[in-house]
Design a protein around this ligand. Sequence first.
Ligand code: PLP
Length: 361
Amino acid sequence: MIRARGFLKKIQPYQPGKPIEEVARQLNLKGEIIKLASNENPLGASPLALQAIGKAAKEAYLYPDDNCFYFRKKLAAKLGLDPENIFVGNGSVEILPLATLAYLDPELSAVCSESAFIWFKIAVRIAAGELIEIPMKNYTHDLKGMLEAIKKNTRLVYIANPNNPTGTIVTREGVEEFFRKVPDHVLVIMDEAYYEYIDDPRYPDSFKIFKDRKNFLILRTFSKIYGLAGVRLGYGIAHKEIIGDLSKLRISFNVNRLSQIAGTAALDDDQHVRRGKDVNDAGKEFLYEAYRKLGLFYLPTYTNFIYVDFARDSQAIFEALQRKGIITRPIKEYGFPHALRITIGTDEQNHKLIRALKSVL
Ligand SMILES: Cc1ncc(COP(=O)(O)O)c(C=O)c1O
């Protein structure tokens, strides 16, 4: 009999938001289904990216550029960085297990919040390292508590800023204070998947920290505001040595040809980014008001989703909404059995959601 290695027993595979096709099939739904479960851009993909994919589709028989040269060059120029400081991933999530495997082993430990983005924990389990989980304070990472939890054998700290599924941020002040104290041998991974949605001056300037500190890895993605979740494209920003370590662990051609081309084109699509942010900001205000009127507790968000608390097991509400063709995301595994994480949609989708919620509640 084939026996898997012991550490696999501790790994619970990630459960993504349900795909539209699966819900249609399982519930035999014929009408339109709205997916508000995975924080995709409700406006769709960047039109410039789509055009570029269309043109490049005939090159699908060619292997991609293994180094993502043109994409990295353009991204680096846009961000004011050196291409050597950029690692490109098949989605930003790909980079989490790579970075974790590079620096963690069964004798070493890693710190994250109890209700942090679940992939942090999966990555630690893949490396069979010790996971130290710190309770959040007021739905926000407790940076002081995380700092105090760092032990001699700690090599990694994960911070999603904003966090998924709470949508909360740690502030510039808190992060700067954290970095004044965090030991140099601990790599801090700052996941900024929703960075483009934020214009609050209290949000940390992670590039400033990156310029001063070598123990820092910033993660960003094209899955959210650029609307390219389906092509899988994300990146990490770090010092050259770290990029070199990650590169040793990745498979060849980890980023496919069409993703590179789509991302390169999307970088010019400021209009799509602006529209995505405007629609999100307007949707946020509408939904805050609607949730307030429904008497529901919600967390003000820095992202394109909202944590909504129903003060009772949310599974039945999730299922009832699903039968009405609206897919949301239960977040029981994050320690929130009463809440749902619901993506901010287009104006029309948000209205449909609230109508459905009213009838369900
Ligand atoms: C905090 C956080 N990081 C990363 C991701 C996934 O990014 P990607 O699609 O680039 O793998 C998500 C997606 O929901 C997220 O919420």
